[in-house]
Ligand binder design. Sequence first.
Ligand SMILES: NC(=O)c1ccc[n+]([C@@H]2O[C@H](COP(=O)([O-])OP(=O)(O)OC[C@H]3O[C@@H](n4cnc5c(N)ncnc54)[C@H](O)[C@@H]3O)[C@@H](O)[C@H]2O)c1
Length: 402
Amino acid sequence: MATAESVVSVGVIGLGGAAGGMIGKFSKNAHYRIAAAADIDGEILGRFHADFPDAETYDDAAGLCASANVDLVYIATPNRWHSEHARMALEAKKNVLIEKPMTIELGPAQEMVDTAERNGVLLGVNVKHSFEPRILRLREMARTGELGKLRMINSWRFADWLYRPRTPEELTPEWGGGILWRQGPHQFDIIRTIGGGMVRSLRGTADTWDPARRVPGAHAAFLDFEEGALATAVYSGYDHFDTRMFVDPDYVEDRSAHAAARRELRAAPSAEWEAEAARDERYGGSRNRAANPAPRQPTNPSLGWVMGGPLIVSFDRGDVRLTPGGLRVYGDEEIREIPLGVKGQDGRDARLNSYYEALAHDRPLPADGRWGMATLEVLLAVEESGRKRAEVFLSHQTPTVD
Ligand SMILES: NC(=O)c1ccc[n+]([C@@H]2O[C@H](COP(=O)([O-])OP(=O)(O)OC[C@H]3O[C@@H](n4cnc5c(N)ncnc54)[C@H](O)[C@@H]3O)[C@@H](O)[C@H]2O)c1
């Protein structure tokens, strides 16, 4: 365990796009330092070494987990490796921050929770958007009842996810590929965070519309919370409509750029092009992960990101939506703004700070293993409900740490 004065030494497993963003956040945070990285791709490991010459490098996860110089292992490998890498790190008595989804089946998720408890270490899930100031403020509104009772949460997104360059893992359903398993962990986690965590049941589906991309590229779900609030979650990655036009004041609908991801993929020079392009989005790569066309500069750089589509939360006395600079409340009598955010900070900063508070000061860890398992249960229930065309009742839900 770290003490109040100590700096947490971080070892990163998997230097992909996710790690690329997080390493910058760890580096800027005075409570952490990057101490090691492991990746099976030597070239990417070389790029990391060029940036962090004093850090240890390993060509496999086991080596990093055995290092005495690592306190916290940040696991950012593809979904199918999560439970194996978590087990290695937790058994080595390392604290773990794992990318979303924590894993892809409930049994291994429970094992991860139990292993962390048995070894007396922390297990947290990196659901960065759920730590955004706007999402936390919406949670506060729901908890305090300042606008009355929480009634509905509606989250809709249409984007080009399925046709941007994807890794083989992202295109393999059994390995946690497809939009439900890659984008759903954020969307459903945000909804659970605002709603207090306790989903009673859901009806949903995740579907594959394009046989050339054999993973589900769209999902829709209707969630019923224990306390009566309802939620809808809609996501399409089929590169037709783009919901950013509803939420980004700087977004300009450019017809010449329509379906750019689909066209780029169709024009691929070889069968290997896609995996290579996806690889080029990893740590130190030259390809921008951002949606195509690249989003314009947000009006307010402090927050900017508006979840790529509308997120509207309804209470008895108002509807609230995200804006680039905070929240806009459409109340009984007036429309008012709630400015939020600190320049240059996003949910990842709050995630790291809350993790440090738990490590150094024994505060409760939000989005811990049990919480991650509850969001995982929602994802599995969307699949099951789609297969059965029936409502599915949930039994592993946990409340938010308020
Ligand atoms: N929190 C977020 O906002 C966010 C964003 C993107 C991805 N993610 C999550 O992060 C994880 C990784 O996604 P990504 O897009 O960065 O993936 P990626 O495929 O781009 O990168 C994964 C990296 O892990 C390495 N790797 C693969 N197998 C390995 C193994 N067995 N041992 C060691 N290294 C191995 C690969 O070489 C690669 O460098 C996924 O779980 C994804 O859902 C989270």
